[in-house]
Unconditional design. Sequence first.
Lengths: 268, 226
Amino acid sequence: MKRIAEDMRSFSCTLLAACIFLSATCGGAQKNKIAPDLFVAAAADLSAAMKEIGDGYEKKTGVKVKFSFGASGALTQQIQNGAPFDLFFSADMDYPRQLIAASAADGTSLYQYAVGRLVLWVPADSPLDVEHQGMQVLLDASVKKIAIANPQHAPYGRAAVAALKHTGLYDRVADRLVLGENISQASQFVESGNAQAGFVALAHAVAPGMRGKGKYSEVSEKDYPPLAQGVVLLSRSQHKREAAQFLEYVKTKESAELFRKYGFTLPQ
Amino acid sequence: MAIDWQAFCLTLQLAITVSAILLVLGLPIAHWIAFSHRRWKFLIEAVVALPIVLPPTVLGFYVLVALGPRSPLGRWWISLTGHTLAFTFSGLVIGSILYSLPFAVQPFAASFAGVDRKLIAASATLGASPLRTFFRVIMPLSVPGLITGTALSFAHTMGEFGVVLMVGGNIPGVTRTVSIDIFDRVQASDYAAANQTALLLLAFCFAVLAVVYSVNRRAWVVGPIK
């Protein structure tokens, strides 16, 4: 009996020591930061551009910006349900307005930071002449699957559907559409060759991951409502001052150049 | 009722197809695991158990890229069937077979290994071939394990999400399963529909499993002597 009691005691002491050690290291890691990290939710089309902007900001101020990329609709959902983000860069203006209406975001901080562009992309080895024929290549028999982002919660998906409807192609291609969770997954479907063509963000087409791997043509601006992209400061943010400072940095000329590099146009 | 019945029927179809195939495919694998004396048996057991540990996104990634149209295996598949593995029902079936494999094989193997070896020996001495012994002696004595394995792979496939999300393409009637449908509804803020669909799935899977386990308890095993 005594042996068991001793074993139990030494086991519980070890367990207690381990718990204290773990909580000290994990807790300490958070509190020792002089400048807090920023958590930013950003639309999937910004994955290349925002990382560069974030890196530039960290070099300048020492504040580390951590990004979570996804479909704007999905991110809006998460934010409405309490996700701890400081800022939200959407691929449209409606989702930020939805958050403002739900008091999850600060209305005065709403800012249109860029205008996105939609392109039709095919892999480099594709026989389709998308550069000259544009969306007409979708009627070719070799196009079995066309990738778009899910229009239910991704602005680029909505834009793709609008463009197809505006040019009268939607009914003829609707049964061949495959939906990516967000514009990144749609890009991945076509870049891996599983879809023969896809509507992707210009930002992805010119980014290092896809550049040179395919041919694309920009979808005419008159075919879809402009992808005006807005950013808001979120009400739940624990670091509103730092978030506002980052937002100011995003409005500078340096950041504007980076956005332009990735095919975004700046609203004038 | 905002439930997408097409998605539900598709998921049911997928689960039935996969568990039926796994019943056939899993038997020889389980038999080998249960009765083999090879020293490298542990490697095969580890490979079979892998899908339990690996996230489904790993499998999804390999189906999309390693078995995609750019790979030799992928090109062979396209020449055989005319389309890619991704975005098709057959692609989902194959992905689900791999993903639910251990849920079928492990209960099968465990119940085979639990069969009294004396009975197998007796069958052999009475002149039965190994195949005949398997069907006439081992399988009837392992019915609880077979039922458990099939039920588990059925339920596991009903709830599959990761692989379908990565390689399905969300095509209604072809790859939009119930789990994807619920995910879509939540992202579109349609909580009422998401709730209804989720409850339906929950109730259905619970009912199936409850029936299977209750039937299983009534000693289906055919004993040698009554």
